[in-house]
Ligand binder design. Sequence first.
Ligand code: HEM
Length: 441
Amino acid sequence: MKKSSFQINLPWWKVLQNSRALAHNPIPFHRQWFQTYGNTLGIKFINGARVMLTRDPEVIMHVLRKNHRNYHKSDVTTYGLGEYIGYGLLTLNGQEWKKDRRLLQPGFYKKRIEHLYNTTIPKTVQKKLDEIPLDTTIDIKPYMNELAFEVVTNALFDIQIEAKVLSEIRIIIDEIQLFFVKEVRQPQWNLVRKLSGQKKQALALVARIRELMNGFIEARIASDSPHNDLLDLMLQSRYEDGSPMERHRIIDELIILIVAGHETTANALSFMIHYLAKNPEIVDQLHREIQPLEASDLSPYEQLSQIKYGQAVVQETLRKCPPAWIVDRKALTDDSIGDLHIPKNALIGLSIYELHHNPEFWEEPELFKPERFLSSPPPVYIPFGSGPRMCIGNHFALFEMVEILRQMVLRFRWETPQEQLEETALITLQPTSVKVYMTHA
Ligand code: HEM
């Protein structure tokens, strides 16, 4: 049988020629290249590195599901990101990843999520919404960032953390992520960053956040009372061989859950607020759905389950603006899908954004139309990824967004002076700013 070769259809110099603009937002370039060269792009760089970028659903499902064992997270994710946020669910591969996934999965079972949404989370949301200034134009993005950050720390640590400490953790995490993005997007300056001491400073921040996490663990071990949170789960659970999680791994997983769980949700919330400001009739419809539930006997969690149109608004936001707009993998061995050959070590980018904007699957994909989610979405809808490495926090995030939507619709009305949002696609897809003018409902 003749072995098919790697198909190079995008010249490497086209990528290099646009490297500056690509560093800011690669999405428009991807779109243009897909339209010109087809649904799967193959690039061979002069150093021999082979990169594939695809929006083909068959290839995406093959990599994420059908033959997922042949694909690990890319080295940039495992070692590059791992150097800063640690080695855990988001960055590990193979057996090491599987062990932690099994151990942490129960922390995201329905019972736990239900408990969180019946107790702490609505109060945190209320407290953070109280801080939003009304009757003036603001950028809502930093408020959503803080809100999502506090919600995820609620799930990890069922304790009152001093506001000063919380803010230190949040600022460090944001700074570390920013530094990592610079390293990936402008590698030509990495030596300068190292020599000038910037890298050392970033690693000092990593050491500081690890010290803070260690402090939480020490305090928990010293306390007698049980806490129904993810930290207790990590301390008490045992791997299949009976061994506990090592301290450094607990710290890794805590940081990873904060990183994975807050910026994605914050970006989605900011996008959602913009599209609602643009579509007041959707807010009216949400109000008609949410207001009557206030008088019901349902628990807060059950109420959220009833907010079907609200769920559709959240889903449509995650379709149109998927915060995890691309996921990457590395091929462990040669593989093929029909005529397409994927060589060992190829780096593969799977574009969730393009799947969600393909007119073959979505009518008028550029419009914000929550109604499309009142019936089952097509299988190309994968804002949380697909296969065994699908987002562990997907239900948590959906409920979080609906809860925030519920409280905002009951409390506020808002409009925006922005005609269109400017987007940047760094690790996550995000709006550069979301200007809103909020008033009491
Ligand atoms: C709207 C919000 C969110 C979006 C769009 C999102 C999206 C994703 C996607 C696409 C992946 C798969 C990445 C891949 O296949 O390479 C992922 C993985 C992950 N997410 Fe989320 N996520 C969100 C919220 C959360 C939350 C709230 C948490 C935790 C509290 C979380 C924790 C994780 C973790 C730990 C992984 C790695 C899972 C593994 O590989 O086992 N995410 N997320």
